[in-house]
Design a protein around this ligand. Structure first.
Ligand SMILES: [Cu+2]
Length: 179
């Protein structure tokens, strides 16, 4: 790359002190420009990987579906994830299942944080996505596109496959009547 500095205005050879000061500020300007280039290059990498993404097939007539996935942060900085958008659903939320007095309950999460170099699993009985009011009937084998906005300014489109839900324990997500 060519970093030949442009002279904003003529620098007189007769005043070397002013000339030196000019050069330094130009250098700082160049350095700032270079730092900007570097940070743009870093942001261009998503630093995030999605795996095992699936939507549980809902019982007939249900207006809510649950979805699960593994989110891996491959970068050096913590990332925050907002609930995705999808043409197939009116609204998507992040939830967390927790147990209170022997009852499984769910709490909405505005976002999910993924620490650097760690994987957060959205799975039955833990963090999960709730997909409300499907615009079309989604059966096992169907696919739906989810669009995630990541805190590092990346937008990622994910294809999730609908699968038959097999839940081993009660209270994980087989009953969503309390939503
Ligand atoms: Cu839920």
């Amino acid at each position: 790359m060519n970093y030949a500095p442009r002279q904003p205005f003529p620098v007189s050879d007769a005043s070397p002190i002013i000339s030196t000061a000019m050069n330094r500020s130009q250098l700082q300007l160049l350095f700032a420009g270079f730092a900007l280039l570097v940070s743009t290059a870093v942001a261009a990498q998503a630093d995030i990987e999605f795996d095992n993404i699936w939507i549980a097939e809902a019982p007939p007539g249900s207006q809510v579906m649950a979805a699960y996935m593994d989110i891996k942060n491959t970068g050096d900085r913590a990332l925050q994830l907002s609930p995705p958008q999808s043409d197939d659903f009116k609204k998507i939320e992040f939830h967390r299942t927790f147990h209170e007095n022997g009852m499984a309950r769910m709490q909405q999460q505005s976002e999910i944080a993924i620490p650097a170099h760690e994987t957060v699993k959205l799975e039955p009985g833990s963090y999960h996505m709730m997909l409300f009011n499907p615009a079309r009937k989604l059966k096992a084998g169907d696919e739906s596109t989810l669009i995630f906005q990541i805190s590092n300014d990346n937008t990622i489109r994910i294809t999730a496959v609908v699968k038959k839900a097999v839940f081993k324990q009660s209270g994980d997500h087989s009953d969503h009547s309390h939503h």
